[in-house]
Design a protein around this ligand. Structure first.
Ligand code: SAH
Ligand code: F3S
Length: 455
């Protein structure tokens, strides 16, 4: 059987989509290749959120066309967000690309690969060349949110991602996601509970629920019950699964982060004390121009309410530097808000104009050196805060779920603290999948090192 190499750019949702594609292909007998050099079929799952992510995927695909020199029948495809937004243009501009599959069609990838691979083999046998078959499948498909639900767990895998919804209806003016991922569509609670129950039967102890705007889960499909939003109903239902020990989710929006959800941080011990709450900017005029729907003051009050419900909560965020029209005062307001909230970490991005988004055509676009300068100032401040937050844990006991050998240091085992910090320990592989206390001895800024406290 042909070997497939899957490469993923972008967010956890993309990783999860790739996992589904890998599972569909292996179920049909395809083998997974460790590297592009061993592969007959190469599929790149793409990200469009910033131009850099698109350029990386395009560059990679360009480089890989050389692999065809020894294996002319090789099959190449783009999947996901950039496939969705560029569509047939990709097949037109890159002669070796055979397949383009959008974000609502991941479950069709295996069918398309079957068809294309058969053609490739026919071509090889007939010694025909130059005939070009390609498939571009980027239509909308109702119900596609229900198709990302199967897993291929590696041995002793104890954490898993679960996609609970697709799309986003918020239309932040900088963001391409609503056009690449479509409008909000959510899976039923029962189907998610079923998926997570099955995962726990296979040894999974922690799930991270994924969506572009997870706290708005189900708002178009399901009613509130007893003052609980559909998302809170889902969290409470998952909390009942006995073998599930930890629940995380990413990312919520400050809008719709209401009292019923905040309450969960006090009421549900399995809900981990970490909230990734995208801020984007600390300046009210910029937040307004971004269509974020909250003010800096409201954001601060929300973080205070979450901390009141769960004082040990870790807060992380996303910030965009150099949005069109951002003044030095706006930038200072962002730094000021960061100082007031004190984050555990953040992703900082330079604003990148995206096609067909309102912000891309705003007149006051900023030069790259200004974006760069502000980006590095925000990053310095966040790094200082992140270091302080980690150092606070030195000398303390922290509970971890041990996930397996560390990727960066195979002699050590890796786990995460409740606040999602990476903790490395010297331990035995029998610790994998266990939850236990670790005495934290030192911090390198972002990684904590410790010793199991009781085992
Ligand atoms: N709600 C989604 C957001 C997806 S995009 C989620 O977190 O799942 C992730 C982050 O990328 C955003 O929060 C934003 O900070 C950043 N981003 C989005 N569009 C951008 C752009 N045009 N330029 C720079 N950063 C951007
Ligand atoms: Fe993008 Fe805003 Fe939705 S950042 S994913 S449009 S909440």
């Amino acid at each position: 059987m042909p070997r497939v190499y899957l490469k993923t750019y972008g967010c956890q949702m993309n990783e999860r989509d790739t996992e589904q594609v890998a599972r569909d292909l292996t179920a049909r007998g395809y083998l997974l290749a460790e590297s592009e050099r061993d592969a007959d079929i190469i599929l790149i799952n793409t990200c469009s959120v910033r131009d850099m992510a698109e350029q990386k995927a395009l560059g990679k695909m360009g480089m890989m066309s050389r692999l065809r020199q020894n294996k002319p029948e090789m099959l190449f495809g783009f999947l996901g967000c950039m496939a969705q937004s560029r569509g047939a243009e990709l097949v037109r501009d890159m002669a070796h690309v055979d397949l383009v599959v959008g974000t609502q069609k991941f479950h069709r990838v295996a069918d398309h690969v079957d068809v294309l691979w058969k053609k490739k083999l026919q071509l090889r046998e007939n010694l025909m060349d130059d005939a070009r078959f390609s498939i571009v499948d980027v239509d909308e498909e109702p119900g596609s949110q229900d198709t990302i639900r199967d897993h291929t767990l590696s041995e002793r895998q104890v954490t898993a991602f679960v996609s609970i919804m697709q799309g986003c209806d918020m239309h932040c003016t900088f963001c391409i996601v609503p056009s690449t991922r479509g409008s909000e569509r959510s899976r039923p609670i029962a189907s998610i509970v079923d998926e997570v129950t099955k995962l726990t039967a296979q040894g999974v102890r922690e799930v991270t629920l994924l969506g572009q705007i997870v706290n708005q889960y189900g708002r178009h499909e399901f009613p509130k019950v007893g003052g609980h939003s559909p998302f809170v109903q889902l969290l409470r239902a998952l909390h009942e699964i006995p073998a599930l020990r930890r629940i995380r989710f990413t990312s919520p929006h400050p809008i719709g982060f209401r009292a019923d959800l905040i309450e969960c941080y006090a009421a549900l011990p399995k809900l981990m004390p970490h909230v990734h709450l995208p801020l984007q900017s600390g300046s009210d005029p910029i937040l307004r121009a971004m269509h974020r729907g909250y003010t800096a003051e409201k954001f601060i009050r929300l973080t205070e309410s979450i901390r009141a419900a769960r004082p040990d909560v870790a807060l992380t965020t996303d910030i965009i530097c150099g949005f069109p029209g951002e003044t030095e005062d706006d930038h200072a307001a962002t730094l000021d808000l960061i100082r007031r909230v004190h984050f555990d970490n953040a992703f900082i991005f330079k604003y990148s104009p995206r096609r067909d988004t309102p912000a891309a055509t705003m007149t006051a676009q900023l030069p790259d050196d200004v974006k760069e300068q502000r980006n590095s100032e925000v990053l310095d401040l966040i790094n200082t805060q992140a270091r302080e937050r980690s150092e606070r844990l030195v000398g303390q006991r922290v509970e971890i779920l041990c996930e397996g050998p560390s990727k960066t240091n195979p002699d050590r085992l890796m786990g995460r603290s409740p606040g999602n910090k990476i903790v490395l320990i010297e331990g035995d592989t029998r610790h994998i999948g266990e939850i236990f206390d670790v005495q934290i001895e030192r911090s390198t800024g972002f990684t904590l090192y410790g010793t199991p406290a009781v085992l």
